[in-house]
Design a protein around this ligand. Structure first.
Ligand code: MIC
Ligand code: SF4
Length: 657
């Protein structure tokens, strides 16, 4: 029987378990990446593992998120990461070298290999046929220590692309179409594998835009074949020796197939406040625009910025629009500087930012009150821009650039000037890896430098058999990790200081969550569908842990956040699907309210048997939740998290510190 691409890579990497759907397997991780806002924590955890050197083929630490240095904190974190990297055999990509996913694609991606990254957009490398997965920092630290990464064998969905994109329709519109059909929770437990004759017209950077934003589907990852187009890219990056062909067998089997005729797509946007709130530009209409931001790991490639420069050349940004542009890497910035495209961009009135995440993670450029911001990014969650009242639309670079000129959301097919992208091809990228620092050859002499803002990470205690407490917050569906642990220029410097950070947990939607949790000695969170979607930040589990949260009861969970909760020893519980037990629909979620008193007895039995009874003492009612975990997860929960379970499983002691 033929194999699809995902199966081919998994077969070569499974080191524990059998490749059967619904079961958990351990896979060998070839390479890892970290970035600075999750990296500090990941490296503190790596240090706690007591190894001398990473055991991967290659691990790279990037600095790209916390780039504003308004105080000593970010610079201290950069120095900590650089010295840890130097000591433990990790390559270090200096601040200014670019966004981790863009630089990884350019310089380190390898078709057919596995990559684990402490960032949810790690799947970007799927654009070259790499099985690239985002995870919490602790899981990445474990992968660096040589441990397998455990995943539930995912369903593989084929996305069959046929035909050719029309002029001014972009690969961003392909992923927006997939999001429209599948929604932000449609991808949980799935990998999207792209195929079909439409691929022959899609370059690697265009493919990477799609795999990047595939994260917004909640998918484990997305992947393209490694074909002639991929070969061209590796050749142009001077890395042909890293390239190999990887294509699905003709008789490969998929769990589902989605068909998209590229010729039928039109320019679209994701309207506020969700990446799956997809509308065509004409549906939204020509709304007035205040800000346009071009960049992020989704759309900041050389190809993207060349298109933008062609649109802007000889034209001016509208008087009341602020256009900001952040190239994805130094390679991109230097190339457009050398060929004059940057001059065209600057002369249009655009503001040039450094090669980093920038406004995508609220590191500056927050829009004004009620402002409309068009961004080429991948997330427009409520409050993520740093301005709660802002209306953020996600679009292609083409839509963004023309909207900046006209001052209103504009379908780029309706412009009144000519622009030609045909000759934007590249057969040789500018190669200069001097901002990637190799690790020390004398690691024993390297001293790890720690700033005063770096605080120890919180550890849970051994699981108790009776848990009780109040529901500290009850949320709606699709709560993001940006809600649970917001990130912006003010908070990102404290990613290695959980006590401080925890004060701001849920602050965009509920300013009193943290105080309430402390006053009530912690308790529980009740959530809706897809709880914890978005970022891989384990801070969204560590801050609640620090505040005493013992469990989260939700309708369903996003993959990475669920793993982060378990890693922290917080129990994720799902409102039971009543059909499983032939129960009358009790609408259990509707019957629990904030500040209700919850009691759970026989917790240890509950996590082993997969079902637990929740008593609502306030309402004098009870309901069941599903607590199905694999053996490893049960062990982690019992011992109070993954690090405790690693340290203590042999003694069967657990901490009660
Ligand atoms: C994001 O895009 O939300 C981030 C910031 O890159 C996060 C990582 C983080 O929170 O540090 C992600 O995507 O995982
Ligand atoms: Fe950085 Fe934004 Fe990409 Fe996250 S999504 S890695 S913040 S550019």
């Amino acid at each position: 029987m033929g194999r699809n691409i995902v199966e081919k890579i998994l077969y070569n990497h499974v080191v524990e378990g059998q490749l059967e759907k619904g079961t958990t397997v351990g896979i060998k991780i070839d390479r890892t990446l970290t970035q600075d806002s999750t990296g500090t924590m990941a490296y503190l955890q790596l240090e706690a593992m007591g190894i001398d050197k990473v055991k991967t083929k290659q691990s790279v630490a990037y600095i790209d998120h916390n780039m504003l240095q308004q105080g000593f904190e970010n610079a201290d974190d950069h120095r900590f990461i650089q010295t840890v990297a130097n000591k433990y055999g990790i390559y270090f990509s200096k601040p200014g070298n670019g966004i981790c996913h863009q630089v990884n694609l350019e310089r380190f991606s390898v078709p057919g290999e596995t990559l684990l990254g402490s960032d949810s957009h790690t799947p970007t490398a799927g654009g070259v046929g790499m099985l690239a997965i985002g995870a919490g920092g602790l899981d990445v630290a474990l992968a660096m220590a040589g441990e397998p990464y455990y995943i539930e064998v995912p369903k593989v969905v084929k996305v069959e692309l046929t035909g050719k994109l029309n002029s001014m329709v972009s690969s961003k519109d392909i992923i927006l179409e997939v999001l429209k059909r599948e929604t932000v929770k449609g991808g949980v437990g799935k990998i999207y594998e792209y195929g079909g004759d439409g691929l022959k017209n899609l370059s690697v950077p265009q493919r990477a835009t799609i795999t990047n934003m595939g994260a917004e589907l909640g998918a484990t990852t997305s992947i393209f074949p490694s074909d002639e187009k991929t070969k061209e890219y590796f050749e142009a990056q001077g890395r042909l020796s890293d390239w190999s062909e990887l294509i699905a067998d003709d008789d490969a089997i998929y769990d589902d197939i989605i068909k998209i005729d590229l010729g039928e797509l039109v320019p679209m946007v994701a309207a506020p406040h969700s990446p799956d709130n997809i509308k065509s530009c004409s549906e939204v209409g020509e709304i007035k625009v205040d800000q346009v931001a071009i960049g992020s790991c989704t759309n900041s490639s050389y190809e993207d910025l060349m298109k933008v420069s062609r649109i802007l050349k000889g034209r001016k940004v509208a008087d009341d629009v602020s256009l900001v542009i952040a190239p994805g890497s130094r390679q991109v910035m230097e190339m457009i500087a050398k060929n004059g495209a940057l001059a065209d961009i600057i002369s249009s009135g655009a503001r040039i930012l450094e090669n980093s995440c920038g406004p995508c993670i609220g590191m500056g450029q927050s829009p004004g009150t009620d402002a409309v911001s068009i961004r080429t990014f991948n997330r427009n969650f409520y409050g993520r821009s740093g301005t709660n009242s802002a209306q953020v639309y996600l679009s292609s670079p083409e839509v963004a650039a023309v909207s900046a000129i006209y001052g209103k959301l504009t379908d780029p097919r309706n412009i009144d000037f000519d622009v030609d992208f045909e000759d934007i091809t590249i057969d040789k990228f500018l190669i200069d890896d001097s901002m990637i620092i190799s690790p020390s050859e004398n690691p024993q002499n390297v001293e790890v430098v720690r700033g005063p803002n770096i605080k120890p990470f919180p550890l849970n205690t051994k699981l108790e058999d009776v848990l009780s407490g109040k529901v500290i917050i009850k949320t709606d569906d699709n709560i993001t990790t940006d809600h649970i642990m917001p990130s912006n220029a003010k908070l990102l410097p404290y990613r290695s200081n959980i006590p401080y950070l925890s004060k701001f947990s849920f602050s965009t939607i509920d300013e009193n969550f943290s105080d309430r949790a402390i006053e009530n000695n912690g308790g529980f969170i009740v959530g809706g569908e897809n709880y914890g979607q978005g970022s891989s930040r384990e801070h969204a589990a560590l801050a609640p842990l620090y505040l005493g949260i013992k469990g989260v009861i939700a309708k369903s969970f996003a993959r990475i956040h669920k793993a982060n909760l378990i890693n922290s020893g917080i129990i994720p519980m799902e409102f039971e699907n009543d059909e499983d037990y032939n129960l009358v629909d009790q609408e259990d979620y509707n019957l629990v309210d904030q500040m209700d008193d919850i009691l759970i007895e026989n917790v240890l039995e509950g996590i082993t048997k997969g079902r637990m009874k929740i008593v609502n003492k306030t309402k004098n009612t009870s309901f069941y939740v599903s607590t199905k975990f694999n053996d490893k997860e049960i062990e982690m929960l019992k011992f109070g998290g993954k690090l405790n379970s690693i340290k203590l499983k042999n003694t069967a002691e657990g901490t009660n510190a």
